[in-house]
Design a binder for this molecule. Structure first.
Ligand code: CMC
Length: 379
């Protein structure tokens, strides 16, 4: 008998047992391995948080030093991968370039020794180390320039910003970027993580797992509403125009970008942290002309839609932060991917421990016992 009811988008259907992260959408709580996102944003680094997510515990000083050292050592990408990337069309989206390059890593490193902890660790290190290098390389190569080699004396985030611009970043900029990565590292079973888990469940290699997840993150319903938030703020243009603009959107029943979430019914805790980071950047480097528009918009949306549980989400302030860091808007989603690799790898590793291939069912809605009609008799 079919006891199961079909839930479009699998809303509310548990897909796994997991101890990696936890969201309470009513309280606005996000934890990685039980530790609040606020504590991690304040006190941890992206690489330490990645270690926590993937190995389930905070590293000791030595464990963290070894992990960071290994990642520095594996940042370079092979010239064959660079040569392949040079052939990508310059108009191609950086997410497509990243998905292709991530899959290509499997050509060089896949051995599928999934029961060997050394293999798992090497795959984790290579993916965390090389994905930022590939994103930065495509940014330069699509303009016909040579990629910038990673610098071993810079930490993870400072090195990425350096590879984008060939300039050593300001320490505050590097710190803020690192916190952004921590905030985006993991978020329970979202579409791309589920995609990673389904791919992992076939026991294919980890590069294929990450390539699937990157492809899933690339869609407009998942990554990248932050790009549209910036466009909307520019369109609004001034604080005075916020109310009339919103009236118009609400009349058309259009969605306001950067607001609302399937799980959070209060302000996304990551939005609060990102707003604070944006303010730190504006204090040091000068404000963004649209920041006051954003603050006013958040206030008015809260007045009008707060009762429906619609508040600012993670995408509302992140675009303003990235723009202040000088990052082009089509790299916002690849940066989300750089961060989320940590979460995807944590779920890959968790999946392997007690794996069973994903093979759900369906409710068939077609016909039965149809007759095959020869092609010349069809109309
Ligand atoms: N502006 C205005 N109304 C909204 C919004 C919004 N941004 N979001 C939800 N609503 C209303 C919606 O119209 C509906 O109202 P009613 O019940 O009267 O018909 C109600 O709230 C429920 O909305 P829903 O579309 O059923 O909610 P969902 O859980 O399917 O969608 C969402 C969640 C994030 C896709 C949606 O809120 C949205 O499209 N937001 C704008 C885009 C955005 O900011 N996306 C980034 C999401 S966070 C990062 C990520 O997950 O990758």
């Amino acid at each position: 008998t079919t006891t199961s009811e079909f839930k479009p988008g699998l809303e509310g259907v548990p897909a796994t047992l997991s101890s990696i992260s936890y969201v309470d959408g009513q309280k606005g709580l996000l934890e990685y391995r039980g530790i609040s996102i606020e504590q991690l944003a304040e006190q941890s680094t992206f690489l330490e948080t990645s270690y926590l997510l993937i190995w389930g515990k905070l590293p000791t000083k030595d464990e963290l030093a070894d992990f960071e050292h290994e990642i520095r050592y594996h940042r370079r990408i092979k010239y064959r991968i660079r040569d392949m990337m040079k052939c990508f069309p310059e108009t191609g989206h950086p997410m497509d370039a990243l998905q292709t390059s991530a899959a290509a890593l499997g050509l060089f490193y896949s051995r599928r020794a999934l029961d060997n902890p050394d293999y798992i660790r090497q795959a984790v290190v290579r993916l965390l180390a090389k994905i930022p290098t590939m994103v930065a390389a495509f940014k330069l190569m699509r303009k016909g320039n040579d990629p910038v080699q990673p610098r071993d004396d810079l930490d993870y985030s400072a090195n990425f910003l350096y590879m984008l611009s060939e300039k050593e970043p300001d320490p505050l900029a590097a710190h803020v970027f690192d916190v952004c990565l921590t905030l985006h590292a993991e978020h329970t079973i979202n579409a791309s993580t589920f995609s990673a888990m389904v791919t992992a469940s076939t026991l294919t290699d980890p590069y294929a797992v990450i390539a699937s997840a990157v492809g899933t993150l690339a869609g407009p319903l998942h990554g990248g509403a932050n790009e549209e938030v910036l466009e909307m703020l520019e369109e609004i243009g001034s604080v005075e125009n916020v109310r009339p603009y919103l009236d118009n959107l609400m009349e058309k029943k259009a969605k306001i970008m950067g607001f609302g979430h399937r799980v959070y019914k209060v302000k996304d805790p990551r939005a609060t942290i990102l707003q604070n980071l944006a303010e730190q950047l504006f204090e040091k480097f000068g404000s963004d002309q649209y920041y006051q528009v954003a603050v006013e918009l958040e206030k008015v949306v809260q007045e009008r839609l707060g009762h429906k549980g619609i508040y600012a989400n993670v995408d509302f302030y992140s675009g303003l932060v990235y723009r202040k860091l000088g990052i082009p808007s089509d790299l916002f989603t690849p940066i989300f991917a750089i961060a989320r690799v940590a979460g995807w790898l944590a779920h890959w590793k968790e999946q392997l421990v007690k794996n069973r291939i994903y093979r759900p069912t369906q409710i068939y809605t077609g016909n039965h016992a149809e007759t095959y009609i020869p092609i010349h008799e069809r109309n």
